[in-house]
Ligand binder design. Sequence first.
Ligand SMILES: *[C@@H]1O[C@H](CO)[C@@H](O)[C@H](O)[C@H]1NC(C)=O
Ligand SMILES: *[C@@H]1O[C@H](CO)[C@@H](O)[C@H](O)[C@H]1NC(C)=O
Length: 487
Amino acid sequence: MLSIIVALLVNLLIETSVSFSVVVPGDPVVAHVGSTVILPCWINPPENAEALEIRWYRKEFSNTFLHYKPGKVPDMPVEPYRNRTSLTPRSDQSGGLKDGDVSLRLEKLRVQDEGSFRCYVSGESSYDSEEVDLKVTALGSTPVLFLKFLDDGRVNISCKSSGWHPKPSVTWMSDERRVLHPGGVFYSREAHEMFSVHSWTAVSRSDAQLVSCSLSLKTGELKDGRMDIQGIVSSDSSGPWKALFFTLFIFALLGFGLVGFFLYKCRPGKKPDKEIVGDVNIEEPRKHAVEITVDREHLHPDLMVTKNCKIMRDGPGYDHTGEGFPYELCAFGAQRFTSGRHYWEVKLTQENTPPKNYWLIGVVKHGNFTVRDRSALTPSSGYWFLCSDGPNGFHTNTDPPVKLSLTPRPERLGVLLDYEEGQLSFYNIKESKHLLTISTRFSGTVVPLFNPGAGDQSPLIILDCTKPVKSAEESSQPLLSNNSSNA
Ligand SMILES: *[C@@H]1O[C@H](CO)[C@@H](O)[C@H](O)[C@H]1NC(C)=O
Ligand SMILES: *[C@@H]1O[C@H](CO)[C@@H](O)[C@H](O)[C@H]1NC(C)=O
């Protein structure tokens, strides 16, 4: 009897002397969709883990996706982890497997990876396992703000964004001070377990100037859209506001972990312009940059266009004695669009000259010609544009027109055509602002539309745009990595 107890004790002693426990961080690891993350796991006291069996699995032991066994060629990890996982030191200070560090590196993170991962280590006489919790986040698109006038004189502003995980929270503010109550917040599920969000609020125009909608994750990251509701004038405030939505003065702010490292150039001829870096809002449409030239065949005879089909102005012979904007002085882009998203930029100033007072920029149904008569230039007849008419300000040709006060005058304008969504968006590049979106329905072939007006010093210049190039680090770097204490 005594000998049995002694034997047991000895056994126990031997076992404890070689046993270890598996250690993982107490907090979940948080990382972005698409990034690479390390799930830390190590044994204590440290010992060389090369001689141990290591498994990583989700729920069931039998579904081990990464299996290391001494003297055995490791199995190819099973789907969906194939080519995405490996054992890796948890930090630069770690000696890796030799020091008992069995951390898992997981690449190209998906929302489906969210949840717990079990780290299992087994030796000759002891084994242990622990779970690491992984949270996957996705920062959605820059919110787009839409505005509608209500019958009671207030405005209904709605805010839309997609590509979030998990659901973002919505905060409405007026003039950066007062929190506004949302009229509603709606989430919908998109593909790949992402969420889109739509919220609206109603404010009276005497109450607020700048209204902002900010969407945030618990990690503190956020995206933000703003609208200056004083800058908007309904020309037809008595009549019903038709289904015209537009967005104004929107820019994006990332709480931290700025994503936008785009190398990008838009240049007029040989002289390079200052690059605009850091505003995600402008870089997003620029992904759809296309080269635009003017179609020389269908040019108004009173327009002069340079040989490269990029720079245009009113000719010396043009007699602009009539009243109003010279709508007929139009040039059409040689590029035709029947689908997709296309972006181009136009320069409205030259060195040492003030920005142009007169211009018209937009798209037109292919085959249309412009006429002097403004009333013929409607969306239903295939014209969509923003026009700068000198002292008369800026207006769209929608019904009713949207009139805008834009100060300072845009020096460089970006145009994004989204054919399927039926949206034509305008951006002030220098100010990094989204100015306005015309919502419509395109049909048939549309082409870019330009009109340099008459009497300005500066010509209208179509810029050479090349698509942005993503820097290599951007896609592979985890924005939030392990061990980060999250707010
Ligand atoms: C994994 O990598 C191997 C070799 O690099 C390749 O042949 C295979 O197609 C990849 N599998 C997947 C699912 O990407
Ligand atoms: C405001 O607009 C949203 C659509 O964006 C709509 O769902 C909501 O009912 C509108 N609110 C009012 C008070 O009209």
